[in-house]
Design a protein around this ligand. Structure first.
Ligand code: UTP
Length: 297
């Protein structure tokens, strides 16, 4: 069975409470990392990996995401009238060959629930899920989704998840898998949500990109919320796995580092690294950081 995957669901309905007050009245997915908002890198990564249609699962106070991907004719006119044509290239992303769709998750009840909101759109089709607060690779350059699509095509129907190695102290923050073999692509035997270091079956963490078959919706409807009342996508994948659906893990390559914007430490790290690698200001940023380090001695 061979199936092409052209649809990505980007959930952006979370409250971003770990980033308050920055996220009080703006989505965390719109926070800039370097020159662009996080979600723009995610969308550009999807386009580079062959996606044609994107469904955002949004929530309250998220309209700036819709505006960001829309044409702004007035801004273009103003830039022209003011002789700032050179800035028009910054809006090139508006011309990406993508169709955008939007739906609302009325209450942020977890990632599983957000995916369920996409059901009428994705229907019988398999689809990519890309978390709207995680950039993969410097400036969103990762191609892991293409490798995941290829893995799906060869084994459909199945679940495919992106994986990366984390340190043992950090396993309790993530969904951790038990792979059946070594190597860049492996079947997964088991998934454990946020295990203790002692209980972790490996150090391979589920990382912000998934390919899901249509059967995921029914699985989400059959699982119970966790103790915080959230419906976890990992639990629904676990259920499919138990019922015999193959689950594959595809590892991120060395150039496909994950930049997560979920908390201030990881946000600061991401911003610093993107500024350090900025195509125009890299030299200035490096000089400034060296100066700060000298002053700190
Ligand atoms: P997180 O769990 O990291 O986001 O979800 P959060 O709930 O906003 O974070 P905190 O704990 O309050 O700080 C990862 C991605 O899934 C989306 C988020 O918007 C984010 O892009 N998400 C999460 C939803 O769309 N709906 C939800 O119910 C939860």
């Amino acid at each position: 069975m061979s199936e092409d995957i052209h649809v990505a669901v980007i959930p952006v309905a979370g409250l971003g409470t770990r980033l308050l007050p920055a996220t009080k009245s703006q989505p965390k997915e719109m926070l800039p990392v370097g020159r662009k908002p996080v979600v723009q890198y995610v969308v550009e990564e999807m386009e580079k990996n062959g996606i044609k249609q994107i469904l955002f699962v949004t929530g309250r106070d998220k309209t700036s995401i819709e505006n960001h991907f829309d044409f702004d004719h007035e801004l273009v006119r103003t830039l022209r009238e003011n002789g700032k044509e050179e800035l028009l290239s910054e809006l090139e992303y508006e011309r990406m060959r993508l169709q955008f769709f939007f739906t609302r998750q009325r209450r942020p009840k977890g990632l599983g629930d957000a995916i369920l909101c996409a059901q009428h759109f994705t229907g019988d089709r398999p689809f990519v899920v890309a978390l709207g607060d995680s950039v993969l690779g410097m400036h969103g350059s990762a191609t892991v989704v293409s490798r995941m699509v290829e893995t799906y095509r060869r084994n459909a129907p199945c679940v495919v998840i992106a994986l990366r190695e984390v340190s043992l102290e950090k396993v309790s923050r993530y969904g951790i898998v038990e792979p059946a073999s070594e190597g860049p692509i492996s079947l997964i035997r088991n998934l454990v949500e946020k295990p203790s270091p002692e209980a972790a079956p490996s150090r391979l963490a589920i990382t912000a990109r998934y390919i899901l078959p249509a059967a995921i919706h029914d699985a989400i409807e059959r699982i119970q919320p966790d103790r915080h009342g959230e419906i976890q996508l990992t639990d629904a994948i676990q259920l499919l796995l138990k019922e015999g659906m193959p689950v594959y893990g595809v590892r991120l390559g060395p150039e496909e580092k994950r930049y997560d914007v979920g908390n201030f430490q990881s946000y600061f790290e991401a911003f610093l690294e993107f500024a350090w690698n900025d195509p125009q200001l890299s030299g200035e940023v490096k000089r400034m950081i060296q100066e700060l380090l000298r002053e700190d001695r």
